[in-house]
Design a protein around this ligand. Sequence first.
Ligand code: GLN
Length: 484
Amino acid sequence: MYELYATEVVDKIKRQEIAAEDYVESIIERILRVDGKINAFITPTFKEAREKAREIDRRISRGEKVGRLAGVTVAIKDNICTLNIRTTCASRMLENFIPPYDATVIERLKHEDAIIIGKTNMDEFAMGSTTETSYFGPTRNPWDPTKVPGGSSGGSAAALIADEAALALGSDTGGSIRCPASYCSVIGLKPTYGLVSRYGLIAYANSLEQIGPLAKSVADCALLLSIIGGYDPRDSTSANLPLANYFSALEGDLKGLKVGLPKEFFGEGIEESVKKHVWSAIHILEDLGVTYEEISLPSLKYALATYYIIAMSEASSNLARYDGIRYGYRVERDDADWSKIYAKNRRIGFGAEVRRRIILGTYALSAGYYEQYYLKALKIRTLIRREFESTLKRFNALIGPTMPLPPFNIGEKIQDPLTLYMCDILTVPANLIGYPAISIPCGFENNLPIGLQIISKPFNESMLLKISFAFEGNTHFTKRKPRL
Ligand code: GLN
């Protein structure tokens, strides 16, 4: 039962073909059997999951109404606050943090009777692309345990493809949903900035990030987005707009759609094997009636540098709150001077990558350098947005690879931050401009997955889902599973 899609689970539970309790037991057994190899979970929540399953079965047997996610297991990235459930950000700093409230997305899942099965592994404070910087050890790629699963939402994506949950939530600041979706062969969508509430998401770089769905099918992705999306007065950047019907978006064909292929997405630094699979995906879309045009977005060459200046600047400010006094890890003997205690708490509580980013971000924001780095980055961000805005007037979507290379070895790039940052080159533009983007499986190279990225206009997630659904229906990539 553990391999069921979310849409199937709801259906079967509501029709009493299966009991929520049996389904949850099969998922728990699966996790116990495979997660030792993968390390997708930091904190499993089996006790709560079993209780919730029994409650759902009870209500169904009494003929009461249940929600749109009744009985579906959902894995939650560990930077999303969950009431009474430890939320660590994969950091020693928050190793024992138990939130006194639920994030809005969690409230909405609970309201629809979803079952939270556990909190998933990630790069510390979502800073990374491999899930190797976690204080709780790396997550391994279910397709090949010597490879990285992508990151920073690596635990969420790995849990899905290993059938340890039916749905998952991730967060995407510069690619952290799309990258692991690509590397694990699942669907991952970064929503338009403002579509999904960030209330209860532990901030890394708030002007860039969104919580978003990861799923094993496009229909499941649409279902999850339709539940977590929509206005939230508790997030001041939340858009007060009616939510689109993502299911009706799945209907209809692709005839007449026009997509742009930015040549920068196929240029230097993008591996041949990746280009090969992405091009064959484009030809499949062509057979479905999509026309394409190769275009250029010249300002893209500045996107990576711009992203890292802004992300690190915001991180340095957001993470200032963790001093061990108000929040977070605190050394035992703290009879020294307060500044020494702060320094010690932060030196021990944070890992090397987080400390590096706080230092660089503080530097970029300091007097004298602010204009030279941060302010300049903000201006370039506007230029990039204008370029996408005018280009997308002519196209329904832009298409390219999600990642410049297939999954690589654990340990291979982690000692060299700059080469690792280069892996984000294709995902960060969508965050800088706040546009929605999806990664869907589009091929395999040596049994390792390749992802296709589609970017569309703000609040046009429907277009992403429509193209993805048609592609999925005409290919077999989302059906393939790793042997575990
Ligand atoms: N890899 C990028 C970074 O390290 C993106 C991370 C993310 O999206 N959270 O900043």
